[in-house]
Design a protein. Structure first.
Length: 258
């Protein structure tokens, strides 16, 4: 995955060595799976190298350390202090069991769709009633989605529907008093909304702000759920208003629900 941007992805993967037949076959299959475009599996941590490997590593370090400052910060003897793993001949059964566990993760079934995409026009209903050129404007998400359509990316994604969050979900991060206060803005007139907006730092509120903020939060939950339930491998949510500056009891920096 890290090498894919090099040479426009024209890669030659050259594998050498490997004398445990199962490990060699499994490792090669795992490499091929990634080259086919599947995500890198999260592998279990293995133990320290065996004693002969540690001796080889120390010998290489002793030659190279005069050229590399990062190798000069440790005494050479400290590289040999790592608890060595017993020689492979003593652990044939354990190694085979470990390889089986690793390959279960490598070959774990993938979701039917790679990427989910969520976008809903209703989140454009939140807008600045007094400054139509405000940087946090409805076109921020519509222009992103339009560009995705121009590049034919939307048709390659699985559509995820948007649903508003409920108040109990929002309460995981915010106080009920704050939520109730923001909810009350749905019934305010323009003068009241302007006064309420000025109570916060870099905030504007319209009658649709509360519902748009709930929809943004709920939409993010939906994308996360789609990934965790195996519906998609990963997902993108084009949502607003944003939330990362919002505090428990205070809207801040264009944000309402964090």
């Amino acid at each position: 995955h890290m090498l894919m941007p090099l040479a426009n992805g024209n890669l030659l993967l050259s594998l050498e060595g490997g004398f445990n037949l199962q490990a060699t076959a499994d490792a090669t299959a795992a490499c091929l799976k990634v080259l086919l475009g599947d995500p890198c599996p999260q592998l279990i941590s293995t133990s320290s190298p065996c004693q002969s490997a540690m001796e080889s590593i120390s010998a290489v370090i002793s030659v190279h350390r005069k050229y590399w400052k990062c190798l000069q910060n440790r005494e050479l003897s400290s590289w040999r202090d790592v608890q060595a793993f017993p020689e492979a001949s003593e652990l044939t059964d354990d190694v085979d069991e470990m390889l089986d566990i690793i390959m279960m993760e490598v070959m774990r079934p993938l979701p039917p769709y790679q990427t989910g995409l969520l976008y809903d026009e209703r989140m454009k209903d939140h807008f600045n009633m007094w400054d139509f050129q405000h940087p946090e404007q409805p076109r921020r998400i519509s222009q992103i989605f339009a560009r995705h359509e121009e590049l034919h990316l939307v048709e390659r994604c699985y559509p995820i529907l948007a649903h508003p969050a409920n108040e109990s979900q929002v309460e995981m991060c915010h106080s009920l008093t704050y939520i109730t206060s923001l909810k009350s803005t749905k019934e305010m007139n323009s003068r009241e909304l302007h006064r309420q907006s000025c109570e916060y730092n870099s905030i504007f509120i319209s009658p649709q702000t509360y519902d748009s903020a709930l929809l943004a939060v709920g939409s993010l939950f939906n994308v996360v759920d789609a990934v965790l339930t195996g519906q998609v491998q990963n997902g993108v949510a084009l949502i607003r208003p944003p939330g990362h500056h919002a505090e428990r009891d205070v809207a801040c920096g264009f944000c309402f629900f964090n």
